[in-house]
Design a protein around this ligand. Structure first.
Ligand SMILES: Cc1cc2nc3c(=O)[nH]c(=O)nc-3n(C[C@H](O)[C@H](O)[C@H](O)COP(=O)(O)O)c2cc1C
Length: 158
């Protein structure tokens, strides 16, 4: 994230050799580089220079100096509105949120603002959560006007 130009180069190189979408997962910041402008510069460079159209935003920053990977999944506070704002500022991109989502009800709330939700630990700590994905998430979507217009939603398991 500290080197968006390099990320853009990597994404462009990957896009050249695969036929599937190349997506990028990012935090909202690293260490003291945690302004909204830092995040928008990253998204803007990687989307414009490399043509990346799908981002998953883990809605907390990472303390690279000082916290372990495990602590970095728990200690930095979650800031979902920051991910929502990215969708507002880049409406043409597919934006999913990740981090701390434990229920499908929460997922539905996020889907009011975003295109997708990525569920990590809860999917393996409580796999039964997945049993109702089709009914609660896609069931609602398929009966909505938005779905008929071809707009998708996504819940991915990492
Ligand atoms: C054991 C484990 C391994 C992970 N490995 C990766 C990884 O290789 N790449 C990545 O972007 N995130 C990785 N993550 C982070 C998760 O994708 C996710 O961003 C994080 O757990 C927060 O989402 P959650 O609260 O839904 O679990 C890992 C998480 C765990 C628990």
């Amino acid at each position: 994230m500290a080197e968006p130009e390099l990320v853009a180069e990597c994404v462009a190189a990957m896009k050249e050799v695969v036929d599937i979408p190349v997506t990028v997962k990012t935090r909202i910041g690293i260490d003291d580089q945690d302004s909204y402008e830092f995040l928008t510069r990253f998204v803007s460079l990687v989307s414009e220079k490399a043509g990346c159209e799908q981002f998953t935003i883990h809605a907390r920053k990472a303390w690279l100096s000082g916290l372990s990977p495990k602590e970095n999944r728990e200690i930095p506070p979650l800031d979902y509105p920051r991910a929502y704002q990215i969708k507002k500022d880049f409406p043409h991109l597919q934006i999913a949120v990740n981090g701390g989502v434990k229920t499908l009800e929460e997922s539905l709330e996020h889907l009011k603002h975003l295109d997708g939700v990525m569920i990590g630990r809860e999917a393996y700590q409580n796999p039964y959560i997945l049993a109702q994905v089709y009914q609660l998430i896609f069931g609602l979507v398929y009966s909505s006007e938005k779905a008929q217009a071809g707009c998708g939603r996504d819940v991915s398991i990492h």
